[in-house]
Design a protein around this ligand. Sequence first.
Ligand code: PMP
Ligand code: GLN
Length: 382
Amino acid sequence: MDRSARRLDGVGSTIFAEMSALAVRTGAINLGQGFPDVSGPAAVVDVAVHAMRAGRNQYPPGHGAPELLDAVRRHQRRHYGIELEPAQVVVTTGATEAIAAAMLGLVDPGDEVVVLEPFYDSYRAMIQFAGGVRRPVTLRAPLFRLERADLEAAISPRTRLILLNTPHNPTGTVLGRAELQAVADLAIAHDLVVVTDEVYEHLTFDDHEHVPLATLPGMSERTLTISSSGKTFSFTGWKIGWATGPVDLVAAVEGAKNWLSYASGAPFQPAIAAALDDHEDFYVALRKELAERRDLLCTGLSRLDVDVNVCEGTYFITTDVRRMGLPDGLAFCQHLAERAGVVAIPAQVFYDDPDEGRHLVRWAFCKERAVLEEGLSRLNRL
Ligand code: PMP
Ligand code: GLN
């Protein structure tokens, strides 16, 4: 007997946890779940330890610790020229809670949410929990670009908002100015809110530049921007995220978030404030290292019989594995874990129609060089 509520139907468990469990069970190298195998700056850990010793162990303000709110505002000003009032920032339990609270706070039952596909898996769950209807816009393989016509076709009179993600997980696409302008034009023409998940804002490569949608003319008043310290500072387990934007959109996020976690991460919030203010060098170096590891993994994977799309940002590469003899990415990943001792993520779970991404597999390269090299040599022996 299934005693769970209908809102859980079809949501399943997260593929990231499933594949990490498979890696543990099979002793495989984990190139699946996106977390780095080295922690962020030691000096930032020291700030958290100090905060704990200094007694910052009770509920922080629901809105966020004052120094973190200020540091996020300074970060947005310094990098993007975005000026924010204190009420235009809210701290959340990772970007995950910001996404959840945005969907619960902004989407009514029956509203349509236009979302880039393949989509990060929590989007599916949270649109469903809010009673929303997903309207995917597919970034088509092999290049995974956003086509204006596809976006336009997905918008209807029932559209409540567009849920964007750039740099994009899992494809690694960084939306360019023309693509963002298309989003802006359509959002303005149809008077839509855009929620944009920018957790990989600092992880772009070569000459690809992350442009926040909120910086385009006419967009600051209709864009809720979500980010997080997890990827930028390699503290994915601390779960400190934030949402910024117009006061009413931020208030809607806070209105829902108050009833989710209310508040979390008291000692981590001042630590991330210090990271944002004083440790820009960390992500500048991380970006450079990741670009090298991306090249290592791309080169290694191209020696196998897979088609590699070199990513522009994030720490993921998506490949077409059809020529390797197992056209179904899910079966391929099972086989890989058991036979080669390497775990990757089948991208089909990020599609409404799994056939669209049946042949796609995502590989994470936020791992130490030796781990990537060992993974590649295992794959070569397959
Ligand atoms: N959005 C995307 C696109 C992600 O890849 C992730 C994973 N970092 C998240 C949101 C969740 O972020 P957090 O760990 O801060 O909750
Ligand atoms: N964002 C990470 C990824 O895409 C996973 C986060 C999670 O496990 N929920 O791999």
